[in-house]
Design a protein around this ligand. Structure first.
Ligand SMILES: [Zn+2]
Length: 512
């Protein structure tokens, strides 16, 4: 007995020592190269550059699900506007349109043997609730680029400081629907290229831009067709850059992290929306059966909720944990560094917060449920709507299988409302990813750059058949308020962010 105890004691000590050593020697992100000598650049774009961007925000390119309902006049106007604003670009690049509104630009490089690089953006925007842009005539434009910037706000916006399509430049900001999502990137790309062209620069490899007009409503006529255009011509890209990640200001992604956190989406989740119709006995509510269809539906809801899809730590999330681990407490640090032993505990901890839970599993959200239309009527069928966000590695078929197992024993009919598989995951050991890291280090010396999984959908997904290296990231540092303003009230970008974005792309285009 004593021998067994001694052996167990030695084993335990060995495990503890191993855990400690691995924790201490683990390459957390705190060892990142953040000591670049270059000072942070706080370039303020020229007044002319600000005007060009603001002018683009004034054109209400609102896309809608139903293409017949879309007012395409602003889209036509936007294309003319780009032409007038950037004549040098149109003279120096080959331009073409795919469909009527997919805009392609090719900046010919010096070396044909190198794979080109592709920058994506979209110029459609989501509508503004309760706001009809067509009634917004005679806009008074505000242009005060020298205002002292307002301090960051942390609450949630309820109203617009300036009208959503006014393109106001004031308080150190540029206001407007699309200022973050994502005309900022479109205009920053054009500004960068335009200034490089004016200096007589020509890129090493071909640089392409592809700007879609329907990203917010599926991208089926824009990005999808432009990706096909490249595929048909056998053009493959060394890297594709799109939206889908930002630099979270210190404390805005995780309280314990006091550095800016650059989140580069190397993959994105898919989705599946199902309607589950549950059948039961109907009738009058004065003589209800033991269980009505709605009660069965409630049981299914409960089962869906308590039987979540399995948690997994996929490579981008593993490297996310590794990169931020150094900034977390000892317990998390030990768990991250010792996943071989503490992986279960780590997953349990991550499951507790909605944000981290979404990174480690296919999530289940029961969003709608319906019984009968009257208070005293029992319907013979009830309908439950559930929305899954699929983690790369799981498939639509896996989720269907999971739902069928849960519904076994009930009389149900399952209808797919919408679906899309999760994306492939792009590698980190590429020039394309390293380029992001390098260009950021100059602008944000203490930034932590890490891959992660984009939870929403982007156009980038459609370019999977023309590149293995797809990176979803906009080089702007947003506080919590600004992150929440996307698709919501009071969307703006700080002039400083816009300036840095131009610097970033100028740097990237000249280096790549
Ligand atoms: Zn977008």
């Amino acid at each position: 007995m004593k021998k067994i105890l001694i052996t167990a004691g030695i084993l335990l000590a060995a495990v503890v020592i191993t855990l400690a050593i691995r924790t201490v020697t683990y390459g957390f992100g705190s060892e990142r190269k953040n000591t670049a000598a270059a000072p942070a650049i706080t370039a303020r774009p020229s007044d002319a550059a600000l005007e060009r961007f603001a002018g683009g925000l004034r054109i209400p390119t609102v896309s809608s699900q139903d293409y017949d309902d879309t007012d395409f006049r602003p889209f036509d106007e936007f294309i003319v506007y780009l032409h007038e604003s950037y004549p040098r670009i149109y003279e120096n690049m080959e331009t073409s349109t795919v469909g009527k509104y997919g805009l392609l630009f090719r900046w010919k490089g010096r070396d044909d043997s190198l794979q080109p690089v592709l920058f994506l953006s979209h110029y459609d925007v989501v509508p503004v609730t309760g706001y009809d842009p067509s009634t917004d005539t005679g806009k008074e434009t505000v242009f005060r680029p020298d205002d002292t910037p307002l301090p960051p706000i942390s609450a949630v916006a309820e109203t617009w400081d300036y009208p959503p399509f006014s393109g106001a430049v004031a308080e150190g900001r540029i206001y407007g629907r699309g200022s973050l999502d994502m005309k900022c990137m479109l205009f920053a790309l054009l500004e960068s290229a335009d200034s490089l062209i004016s200096e007589g620069f020509r890129p090493e490899r071909d640089i392409w831009f592809a700007f879609g007009h329907d990203e917010e409503v599926s991208g089926r006529n824009g990005a999808l067709r432009m990706a096909e255009y490249f595929k048909d011509r056998g053009i493959r890209f060394d890297a594709v850059y799109d939206e889908g990640g930002i630099i979270a200001a210190p404390g805005s992604a995780m309280e314990s992290i006091d550095s800016p956190l650059a989140l580069v989406g190397t993959g994105e989740k898919g989705f599946l929306t199902l309607e589950i119709e549950v059948k039961g006995l109907g009738g009058h509510s004065s003589m209800p059966p033991a269980k009505s269809s709605l009660v069965y539906a409630a049981e299914i809801i409960e089962k869906l909720n308590s039987n979540q899809m399995k948690a997994r730590i996929i490579p981008p999330v593993a490297s996310f944990l590794k990169n931020i681990g150094g900034e977390t407490g000892l317990v998390s640090r030990t768990a991250i560094a010792n996943r071989w032993l503490l992986g279960g505990i780590l997953k349990q901890t991550l499951s507790k917060s909605p944000a981290s839970n979404a990174l480690i599993r296919t999530t289940t959200a029961i969003t709608m449920a319906k019984g009968s239309d009257a208070a005293n009527v029992l319907s013979s069928s009830a309908v439950v709507t559930v929305n899954f966000r699929i983690l790369p590695g799981d498939t639509v078929a896996d989720v269907m299988e999971h739902v069928r197992e849960i519904c076994a024993g009930y009389d149900t009919e399952i209808t797919v409302v919408s679906q899309r598989e999760a994306s492939a995951v792009s590698p980190e050991n590429t020039i394309g990813f390293e380029m992001i890291r390098e260009c950021l280090t100059t602008l944000y010396p203490d930034v932590i750059t890490t891959s992660y999984i984009t939870v929403g959908g982007t156009d980038a997904y459609k370019y999977q058949n023309v590149s293995d290296n797809i990176y979803r990231f906009m080089p702007i540092e947003l506080n919590g308020y600004e992150q929440r303003a996307i698709h919501s009230e009071n969307e703006y970008i700080s002039i400083e962010n816009y300036g840095r974005m131009i610097d970033y792309f100028t740097d990237m285009m000249s280096r790549y």
